[in-house]
Design a binder for this molecule. Structure first.
Ligand code: AQP
Length: 330
């Protein structure tokens, strides 16, 4: 059976972007692939974060995974920090990626440009190495991600070519990034030329927001001065973003969604329909999330998940150690 792996880092409250670009997609794979979905908690340390928030947000994400339809019997749900092989393989793989390529990563450039040079942690620079290890430990064939993470999966592919060629054998499986056709990059509602992001929240819809807040945010989303509901990300980024959200949640193409609003000349009416669609999806989702939290199953899911994930990850780690010449003994 082919493998699927993905994760979310608990850096902030999850957004509608995380939901449409990633979370909502995961359950589609669990019947066809052996699926590993983790909480990238070590990655969350790459930016300053309050320890109590990190802990509670980690639990929240497990509950969100289950609420989004991941079945812990079918999918392995685990914490990155519970599987020490992630840190171990990171130490090895650091030697196979280069400073030049890491410094060209968009996420590193974006995040580090907002910090004082002296305060840019090493972890944010080497983030793609840890992420490559996450993927390669499980020999993942497919990696469902939103647009912003595709570059890191591409770098992992470069690493696989480099590593397998150096040792002249297929040590690692070549992973493939897959993103939803509609909604791989949801933009901020207040600055629709910027990605909706959980660690830099501007114009975000949070999955934990109350329905009245979500409606208010959508009704006050930035749009342009025209009145046509048309997909035109350059000239109408706000309307295009709302149209994308609507299309993604309705399982429609952008063209189908556009057709639905043909002739409508009131942005207010359009926004109300988008808000209804978002709430139709998020209200029951949040109820399921609350039920999961109440059910008290989270620790058990993570304990089981860590066992299953460690077994696979340690097997790969052992193979990698042998390949590079480390002395592996029983
Ligand atoms: N705006 C978005 N639209 C579509 N997909 C998105 N994703 C993130 N933002 C959007 C996808 O969500 C998954 C989890 O993301 P992550 O935790 O690995 O962090 P990220 O990609 O860096 O996303 P954020 O929310 O912007 O987090 P921070 O602010 O911590 O960096 C990924 O598959 C991502 O593509």
């Amino acid at each position: 059976m082919k493998r699927c792996l993905s994760g979310i880092k608990p850096t902030g409250n999850l957004t509608l972007g995380n939901y449409i670009g990633a979370l909502r997609e995961f359950k589609k794979y669990q019947d066809e692939y052996e699926t590993f979905i983790f909480i990238a908690d070590l990655h969350a340390l790459t930016l300053p974060i309050d320890p109590a928030f990190l802990r509670s947000n980690t639990k929240d994400i497990v509950a969100f995974y289950i609420a989004a339809g991941l079945d812990p019997q079918k999918s392995t749900i685990f914490l990155q920090s519970d599987v020490s092989a992630h840190s171990e393989i990171n130490t090895i793989l650091e030697n196979y990626l280069y400073m030049g390529e890491l410094s060209r990563m968009t996420q590193f450039k974006d995040k580090s440009s907002k910090m004082k040079h002296e305060a840019v942690g090493l972890g944010i620079f080497t983030y793609p190495v840890l992420m490559a290890g996450d993927i390669l430990l499980y020999n993942a064939d497919v990696v469902p991600v939103g647009d912003d993470q595709r570059q890191h999966v591409e770098l992992t592919r470069d690493l696989v070519h480099r590593f397998n060629a150096r040792y002249n054998k297929e040590v690692f499986v070549m992973p493939q990034a897959i993103s939803p056709k509609v909604g791989a990059r949801i933009m901020s509602l207040s600055e629709p030329t910027k990605k909706m992001s959980k660690s830099d929240p501007k114009g975000d819809i949070f999955l934990k927001d109350e329905p009245n807040i979500i409606r208010k945010k959508i009704m006050s989303a930035v749009t342009d001065t025209g009145n046509e509901i048309k997909y035109d990300p350059v000239n109408k980024p706000g309307i295009s973003n709302l149209l994308t959200i609507y299309a993604a949640l309705s399982n429609k193409t952008i063209e189908e969604a556009e057709k639905e609003f043909e002739g409508m000349s009131q942005y207010g009416t359009f926004k109300k329909i988008v808000a209804d669609k978002v709430l139709e999806e998020l209200i029951p989702f949040k109820q399921r999330y609350e039920e999961v939290l109440k059910s008290g199953i989270i620790d058990q899911v993570l304990t089981e998940g860590a066992k299953r994930a460690s077994y696979i990850a340690n097997k790969t780690l052992r193979k990698v150690k042998k390949t590079v010449g480390l002395y592996v003994h029983d």
